[in-house]
Design a protein around this ligand. Structure first.
Ligand SMILES: Cc1cc2nc3c(=O)[nH]c(=O)nc-3n(C[C@H](O)[C@H](O)[C@H](O)COP(=O)(O)OP(=O)(O)OC[C@H]3O[C@@H](n4cnc5c(N)ncnc54)[C@H](O)[C@@H]3O)c2cc1C
Ligand code: SF4
Length: 510
């Protein structure tokens, strides 16, 4: 049963074996796996239950429907925009379907440097397999690579750089290109059309418009979750209470630490909300002589990994990914005002970009702000600023090699416009907050896993070191930046936690 509590109104008191907070990349998997094993499950999801009929392919309507703070969530200094989902299915509803496993050197580093002896590629294999089967992960076919991705591939190969066509989780994709606004064709195999319906069929009670606001603990055991029924702007319209011996927190790497701090639990290490990594990214834009209609077809199918060598250094590097904007998002990311801005936007059909995504060493924090608006702080270290700038140089180089006539580096306050044949030395040698629009679509690591309860929040199975019956299964558990698209690893770790809970059920069910 998926119920939109906003339409019912009133107050709710429930009990279940397991209460899951959040229905996105981690929460939906746990709910489906545990409900399928016969346990009673309640899912609390703060966002609404939108479906394909609601995905109208317009930015003005879809950003407020699908994104936290209508897509305007930012760090407190405004330096980084943090995009996260706020709906049944979470960020998987508007993500771009790159489907990667965690790079092996990262898993090795997590095991060796974070005391996670049980986290081996072999132990993760069954979870990855289940997740990939349920999300129908497969290679992107050659005929599915769109014009922008083809051009970028040609430019990358011309320069002798390394890149490849990726795997994705789409089935019956009609290549409409609207993935970031939700898929009107149910082709994107997001949680909304995979694990959430599976949890529903298995009997889970899935409540939309239900925001968890406090987790209560008695005698170091989790007892219940208290929250509000909320409208689309987060205003309270009633209360909800769920008693459960097991609570699985999967509210994303910003809201999960916010909720733990609000509840005053699971933080003896002082690490809840620390170690925030963002995979900060900056876009560099190419303008071709003729329209390339980069916004048609699958937005991202190619991936450039020339500038990251995790076997050599698991702590740094950049990857580059093609990107095509919608009009509003493009306009927001192109600096300049008035006529200058208009001149850039006039070339919209001839435009295509590359995102430079940083595997960040830099870290920030999440602390309680007003309800629904946690305070996010983040500052790039000097080495990371230099890497982002180097990434922009490589991005510009690849765009020119791909045939772009002009490249726009969105420096602030004035964009840097380079013409074909110009050198690239005018690109600044460091890029930090305020120097260019920086976006994060992968906030992570704020409740990190680790073997040592003094330096981490959960163990290798997502179980709180401190509170019995409390688990975390979202991107907040990654010990460091993942250095790759995170949805499949988030889901695989959640699957692993679900099976751990089921295998040890008698310990928790008291
Ligand atoms: C624009 C964009 C593109 C992306 N593209 C890719 C990609 O191509 N490939 C890839 O691997 N990854 C991609 N990602 C990342 C991917 O979507 C995430 O890895 C994944 O969704 C993370 O799962 P999660 O459970 O941590 O968080 P989410 O999926 O964000 O789920 C968290 C859920 O918790 C809910 N919630 C929050 N607070 C509360 C509360 N207090 N009470 C109740 N519910 C609450 C939220 O509303 C949300 O539904 C992208 C992300 C974005 C934003
Ligand atoms: S490109 Fe495919 S997955 Fe993306 S919105 Fe269009 S049909 Fe859906």
């Amino acid at each position: 049963m998926i119920e939109k509590l906003l339409e019912r109104g009133g107050d709710r008191v429930e009990s279940a074996d397991v209460c899951v907070i959040g229905s996105g990349g981690g929460g939906a998997v746990v709910a489906a796996e545990i409900a399928s094993a016969g346990r009673s499950v309640v899912v609390l999801e703060q966002g609404h239950h939108w479906t394909r009929a609601d995905f109208v392919q317009r930015e003005d309507q879809m950003l407020p429907r699908l994104f936290e703070e209508a897509g305007m969530r930012q760090t407190v200094d405004g330096g980084v925009t943090v995009l996260q989902g706020r709906c049944v299915g979470g960020s998987t509803v508007h993500n771009l379907c790159y489907a990667f496993r965690a790079p092996e050197p990262i898993v090795d580093m997590w095991r060796e440097e974070h005391g996670l002896d049980q986290l081996t590629p072999r132990s993760l294999e069954p979870s990855y397999r289940r997740v990939e089967a349920n999300l129908r992960v497969k290679p992107i076919r050659e005929d599915e690579v769109n014009s922008l991705n083809r051009l970028i591939r040609a430019g990358t190969e011309k320069l002798g750089y390394s890149g490849f066509v990726t795997h994705h989780n789409r089935e019956g994709c009609v290549r409409a290109g609207y993935c970031i606004l939700g898929c009107s064709y149910d082709a994107k195999q997001s949680m909304l059309v995979t694990y959430v319906p599976r949890a529903d069929r298995a009997g889970a009670r899935i409540y939309a418009n239900a925001r968890a606001e406090r987790i209560e603990v008695e005698g170091q055991r989790v007892r219940r979750v208290l929250g509000s029924i909320v409208d689309h702007s987060g205003r309270s319209r009633g209360s909800i209470e769920v008693s459960a011996p097991v609570v699985v927190l999967a509210a994303g790497a910003v809201n999960s630490p916010d909720l733990l701090l609000r509840s005053g639990i699971a933080n003896r290490s002082g690490q809840v909300g620390n170690n925030l990594h963002l995979h900060p990214s900056v876009m560099v834009v190419g303008i071709w002589d003729e329209p390339i209609h980069a916004y048609r077809g699958i937005p991202q199918s190619y991936y450039i990994d020339q500038f990251i060598d995790l076997a050599r250094d698991p702590h740094s590097g950049t990857v580059l990914m093609p990107i095509a904007g919608f009009p509003v998002l493009t306009a927001v990311n192109l600096p300049g005002f008035g006529r200058r801005h208009f001149e850039h936007m006039r070339d919209f059909a001839k435009m295509g970009g590359l995102i430079v995504l940083l595997h960040d060493r830099s870290s920030g924090s999440v602390r309680n702000g007003s309800l629904g608006r946690p305070e996010i702080r983040y500052a790039l270290e000097a080495g990371d600023r230099r890497q982002l700038a180097e990434g922009l140089v490589h991005g510009a180089e690849i765009l020119f090699a791909a045939g772009a006539r002009r490249v726009v580096v969105p420096t602030q306050p004035e964009p840097l416009v380079l013409e074909r044949g110009d050198g690239l030395s005018a690109i600044p040698s460091e890029i930090g907050e305020g120097d260019a629009p920086i976006t994060s679509t992968h906030p992570q690591s704020t409740c990190r896993m680790g073997g040592d309860p003094n330096t981490s929040v959960v163990n290798a199975f997502g179980e709180s070191h401190e509170v019995a019956g409390l688990f975390i299964t979202d991107m907040s558990v990654f010990p460091t930046s993942l250095a790759a698209p995170p949805q499949i690893t988030t889901a695989a770790l959640a699957d692993r936690t679900a099976h751990h809970i089921l295998a040890r059920w008698l310990e928790f069910a008291v």
